[in-house]
Design a binder for this molecule. Structure first.
Ligand code: ADP
Ligand code: MG
Length: 297
């Protein structure tokens, strides 16, 4: 088990940032830790990386207890903190070399992580000269220096432009083939783009813990379609993944599907195959985004 959290609570003064949280992460897996701002994501990640002590409960990384085996935990995790704190006037290689020394990592490993994170063309530059996307790569390279089994990435894609976003997502996905990646985000699309599983946190409590497949299968979607002609309900019930059909008005039908996958194209094909014309076609409640809003409203 890469990460095992049991009944963790964290209180800041009078505020309860985490309330009896429990979850597990296996290896290798990319798990999204999704929640709105202030939900407690960074707090949980700081506890897992030993930067912060929990008020209550137990957490293990790679089987090591965060309170009793601090050193082993630190050797097991690579951490990219939120707002990636880099020394802007250092050169990429110089920055990584300094941290390599702190970790007691060989010089060869610096070139390895530079290559691994696609930093080779920028490695001779000062960090301040780099785009936000390349700065995130430096943060990832730094987290990978001591070749940890578990990576904890706090909002690794926040603030990136669309091209940088795609590059960093791909990089994280390739890292996730070999390592356990636990990443936080407040955006459902990031989870959909990168993760195998999502743990949703709201106000310090876990409100969902599911694979993306389970989430999509759980989700219902209603498609409202108007044909130019009457159709038997039984006929529409032959559509894939259909749950129910309701004829709401004249030739207007409300079809409920047991999936979040957009089913409009299936309805369109159905109409085409049966020589029906579609006069309107709309969809409600399909996105995982709307599910996230329901769970964390
Ligand atoms: P997230 O990363 O999901 O945005 P955080 O873990 O940063 O959430 O914060 C959770 C809650 O705890 C917030 O309400 C935040 O204001 C509070 N909090 C976080 N760090 C501290 C701190 N050092 N002192 C007091 N309150 C804090
Ligand atoms: Mg945070």
């Amino acid at each position: 088990m890469s990460i095992e959290v049991t009944n963790i609570s964290k209180v800041y003064g009078t505020q309860k940032a985490l309330n009896q949280i429990s979850f597990k992460v296996n290896k290798p897996e990319i798990v999204g830790f999704l929640g709105p701002n202030g939900a407690g994501k960074s707090t949980m990640m700081k506890i897992l990386t030993t930067y912060l002590e929990a008020t209550e409960g137990e957490a293990k990384v790679n089987g090591h207890d965060v309170n009793n085996n601090t050193k082993q935990v630190q050797q097991s995790v690579g951490y990219l903190p939120e707002h990636n704190p880099l020394y802007l006037d250092q050169y990429v290689r110089e920055y990584l070399a300094f941290n390599a020394q702190v970790y007691g990592v060989s010089k060869n490993r610096i070139n390895e992580v530079i290559a691994l994170t696609g930093l080779t063309p920028e490695a001779h530059k000062k960090i301040e000269q780099l785009s936000k996307g390349y700065r995130q790569r430096v943060g990832l390279a730094n987290a990978l220096l001591h070749n940890p089994d578990v990576l904890i990435l706090d909002e690794p894609t926040t603030g990136l432009d669309p091209n940088q976003l795609v590059d960093i997502r791909n990089l994280i996905k390739s890292i996730g083939k070999e390592k356990t990646v636990f990443l936080s985000t407040h955006i459902m699309q990031e989870v959909e783009a990168m993760c195998d599983r999502v743990i949703i946190i709201n106000k310090g409590e876990i409100v969902a813990n599911k694979t993306l497949k389970e989430l999509r299968d759980d989700k219902e979607q209603v498609v409202i379609v108007e044909f130019d002609y009457r159709v038997e309900d039984a006929f529409l019930l032959k559509l894939p993944k259909v749950k129910s059909v309701k004829n709401t008005h004249d030739f207007i039908y409300e079809i409920t599907f047991a999936t979040a996958e957009d089913m409009r194209s299936h309805v369109f094909d159905f109409a085409h195959d049966n020589e029906l014309k579609i006069l309107q076609l709309n969809q409600k409640n399909a996105s995982l985004e709307s599910l996230f809003r329901e769970l964390t409203n």
